[in-house]
Design a protein around this ligand. Structure first.
Ligand code: B12
Ligand code: SF4
Ligand code: SF4
Length: 414
């Protein structure tokens, strides 16, 4: 293949083959360096807005030629995923449930997109045996969103997502750097316009400006941390166990969009919206069996169990007290015991108060002791000094974003 028309023809054939390869959209980007992005990433780091999950080497992030010698194009792919549960189980008093973000439904998207990349590579190799390719999904050095934007997959939206005109933002992204001079596509001209629904709905004001995220305040990030969480953020986590979809569920560009054609990505209701109490006592093996094949498992069971403890506190359901007391008394992880103290303080009542007081005698860890004192202080200051469980109204939370509102109403459309 040596002239422009034959590369153009290959590109058309490739796009026509996308559906057979299990890919919902393909776009081609030039392989030149991402110089504007680099400035953006430097500023992002200076502001302390990184999550720490990004590739730290900003040269690798922005220079495809450091990842494949003499690259000629980048093939960007998008695979669409579901946004709705069929007959979602109800979260009820005594049977409270948490929610996993859609990005953790079904089989781990990293595996699914890698499978699609292998298929794509074989397809190309069958036509161009001299193909050289370097593929990545999420964990690679490049910014998947910046590549997708350049390749015309979608536009870079105010909630930071790449929104495709066809599939909304419910798409996973991946890319393949190649030595094939495929002609690049044009970026998309559609945009968010005057809308600011995502910025207004973000529970923690993590979207500090259109398209700019302070990841340290983003609930999606916080749910993936393993340590202690601040009181403010614990309240705002609501009953999210992993990830956050709020800035996408409120997006008008996603209205009515729900993709059920990728079999591996379809949810299991009991895993997408699991009962909270059984999660607390799950051992490592049990956790791996239940969640090991999903995208939520990469940080292990600790963040999810901690978030389940937080969710029980946020529900303020007295049925959560006995399992939380078990965690406070016997979980070997100090982060879990300290968080259980916080949740017991939030629910209140005699049993919670007595357990907190008793734990003061047993507990040796300073951090947990501090959390127990803080929980008892909350009970004393809240108008529940006798432990009746009737807490006064939470005056600190903003009315339209309060956790009470979040947990008692369906969160993220679930
Ligand atoms: C680190 C990371 C996170 C962090 C930080 C997210 C963030 N917004 O930076 C945390 C843990 C919070 C996170 C959360 C989520 N993530 Co994430 N994450 C990543 C990761 C690994 C790197 C992102 C990154 O480098 N961000 C730094 C910012 C500065 O750069 P960027 O977003 O890559 O690039 C854009 C900006 O630089 C912007 N930009 C450049 N110049 C300028 C100039 C101006 C003026 C402006 C306004 C913008 C701008 O344009 C670029 C293209 O859009 C990517 C995978 C990858 N390798 O790229 C997945 C990825 C972005 N995540 C993804 C997903 C699905 C999510 C969640 C929806 C998961 C969930 N349900 O909880 C949330 C969404 C949160 C949000 N609103 O962004 C998808 C996004 C798919 C899509 N359609 O956009 C990706 C691409 C993974 C994948 N391969 O599918 N994530
Ligand atoms: S994922 Fe949640 S916390 Fe993060 S920016 Fe979107 S709405 Fe805000
Ligand atoms: S909610 Fe509005 S502003 Fe936010 S991403 Fe969607 S269209 Fe853009």
């Amino acid at each position: 293949m040596d002239n422009i028309t034959s590369w153009e023809k290959l590109k058309h054939e490739l796009k026509a083959a996308a559906a057979d390869l299990g890919i919902d959209k393909i776009g081609i980007a030039s392989a030149g360096p991402f110089l504007e992005l680099k400035q953006r990433l430097i500023r992002h780091r200076e502001l302390g807005y990184e999550s720490g999950f990004e590739e730290p080497d900003l040269d690798k992030r922005t220079h495809p030629e450091l990842l494949l010698e003499n690259p000629q194009s980048i093939i960007a792919i998008a695979v669409a995923y579901p946004a709705k549960l069929k007959n979602p189980p109800k979260s009820e008093p005594g049977k409270r449930r948490g929610i996993m973000s859609r990005s953790a439904w079904g089989e781990d998207y990293h595996r699914v997109l890698r499978d699609r990349m292998h298929k794509l590579e074989s397809w190309l190799k069958g036509r161009v045996p001299t193909l050289l390719a370097e593929s990545m999904v999420d964990t690679g050095a490049l910014s998947d969103r910046a590549v997708a934007e350049r390749a015309g997959i979608g536009w870079s939206a105010k909630n930071c997502s790449i929104i495709t005109p066809e599939w909304g933002s419910w798409v996973y992204l991946g890319e393949m750097i190649t030595n094939l001079p495929l002609p690049p596509d044009e970026p998309i001209t559609e945009s968010c316009g005057e809308c600011t629904a995502c910025i207004d709905a973000c529970p923690t004001d993590a979207l500090v400006a259109p398209g700019q995220l302070n990841a340290q305040r983003c609930i999606s990030f916080v749910t993936q941390t393993k340590g202690l969480v601040s009181d403010e953020l614990m309240r705002k986590i609501g009953n999210r166990l992993y990830g956050c979809d709020t800035c996408q569920t409120v997006c008008p560009k996603n209205r009515g969009k729900n993709w059920t054609h990728q079999p591996e990505l379809q949810p299991d209701n009991e895993k997408a919206k699991p009962l909270l109490v059984p999660l607390l006592s799950m051992g490592n093996r049990e956790f791996k069996e239940a969640y090991g094949a999903t995208a939520s498992a990469w940080r292990g069971r600790k963040p999810i169990q901690r978030n389940a403890v937080i969710a029980l506190g946020n529900f303020k359901d007295p049925s959560g007290v006995p399992p939380l007391i078990d965690v406070l008394q016997s979980d070997p992880r100090f982060e879990l015991r300290a968080t259980a103290a916080w949740s017991l303080g939030r629910i209140g009542g005699n049993a919670a108060r007595e357990a907190l007081a008793a734990a003061l005698e047993q507990e040796r860890d300073e951090v947990v002791l501090d959390a127990i004192y803080a929980a008892l202080d909350v009970l004393n200051a809240s108008g529940d000094p006798e432990g009746t469980g009737e807490l006064l109204e939470d005056k600190t939370a903003q009315p339209h974003k309060s956790t009470d509102e979040i947990v008692t109403r369906p969160i993220d459309g679930l």
